[in-house]
Design a protein around this ligand. Sequence first.
Ligand code: ATP
Ligand code: MG
Length: 556
Amino acid sequence: MNTNTTDKPHNFIEKIINDDLVNKTVSQIKTRFPPEPNGYLHIGHAKSICINFGLAQDFGGTCNLRFDDTNPVKEDIEYVESIKKDVQWLGFQWDGDIRFTSQYFDQLHDWAVELIKQSKAYVCDLTQEEGRELRGTLKEPGQNSPYRDRSVAENLSLFAKMRAGDFAEGHCSLRAKIAMNSPNIQLRDPVIYRIKHVSHHQTGDTWCIYPSYDFAHGQSDAIEEITHSICTLEFAEHRPLYNWFIENLPVPATPHQYEFSRLNVNYTITSKRKLKLLVDENHVEGWDDPRMPTISGLRRRGFTPESIRTFAKMTGVTKVDGIADVSMLEYAIREDLNENATRAMCVLHPLKVTLTNYPSDKTEILSAAGHPNRDDMGTRSLPFDSELLIDQEDFREAANKKYKRLVIGKRVRLRNAYIIEADEAIKNDQGEIIEVRARIIEDTVGKNPADGIKAKGVIHWVSAKNHVDCDVHLYDRLFTDEAPDAGGKDFLECINPNSLEVVQGCKAEVGLANATEEDYFQFEREGYFKKDEAHSSVDKLVFNRTIGLRDTWDKK
Ligand code: ATP
Ligand code: MG
């Protein structure tokens, strides 16, 4: 058996696991990631995935992927598929088959019957509203339901009728009989089964009663023999209930629940319900809109699995709620892409440059490194000829010394190519510059000029004849407010109206025609980019800007 212990636990959960392995309380750890398939996963879930699968990896255990599908009203198979894809994309593999809580519905039902037989559960005819009123508050104890003392026989018969579909939704529910005066509200006779006349994406119309989250979760952990059931802090209060079910049922194992603080990120929302609203009301293109904090959105934007795993690590595992700075995520992706993205050139706002001393029928194939420090990333071929395109921002008729780009009478180096000197700007009737006439300085590819007059700056370019056309999507943060949904704020009012700028008519180096889903690029001097698979077609490529080269948000 493969079990690892460690001398240096990084956080309190690692310490607990390490102690359990050292003390032989468990021989091998088993964790699970238990999403409800009611939306796409977001960056917060990514953290939970990294923790659960990461612990299993680090300690030589296994991790299950279990869909917590007890609420068929909000769930959909589309979400199941997207979640599987996201987990694998992040670099993790679940143990064996994927699991569904719904696979355990028979067992859960039998355990509910078992509780009734032990006089520990009863059918209650209070409406949800009445039930809530008798529940009490943090300061006031609850009151017993008038149905609490029904006989075992009556409860068994009523529960059978619930199961058979004899009652309308809301007519009654099955509740655990614990203690209405417990200081912990979760223990005040919680509902364990509700009537829902709804088809389920996995079980069809087999069931018209569905277990509550609390009744299903711990028991599913027990069935799967999960050793460490890790969840977010809001479930700490549910832990006594989790344990009560485990203690009162003949479950095959005794899992333990541990809680850590959920990940919140500034300028972002991490609530599936709110993200769904953005999608449903068309504020974004869909769950995978590159501005969304969903895993699928981040993937489409060009974030790497590695950068998300790094970010999850950077934010730590604690019991203290906090808000992580989104610039940490941006830092993680910049670091990764600086190291691993292929270099390329793309001109966003083209301006034609005619080289008057270069033969108009000549094309030279220049070579450039895929990455300045990495030979393993190969070389790129750059066709060079007498008509080039540079960015409009990179030319001025006259400028001071700080402007290290192309100026009439001055020199600039074309990245990976010759030094050129500008002679003249051609304008249209409106006085706009539409072309620059320039000359190459001979024998300056990879060399300084023989006359000793160096170029001060370097600019990017493409051939006007040999390039690929593309559009570029420039993204900014989706919200202008640091805490878009804090303190009752309407997050829809904080949407950044300039979160997407579409730049059409961009010109990229020829190699980008072959860009695939696996490729990450640094467009030199422009930022990090990834091909948008959804928007690209055979006629036109679309690239998403993942992130700029430097953090400029504070300087706006
Ligand atoms: P949401 O509030 O966005 O709907 P959820 O907790 O209801 O999230 P689940 O599908 O139940 O969504 O979550 C699956 C797992 O991911 C749970 O164990 C949950 O604790 C964890 N999780 C959800 N949100 C976060 C977060 N922001 N940070 C860390 N873990 C999270
Ligand atoms: Mg949940």
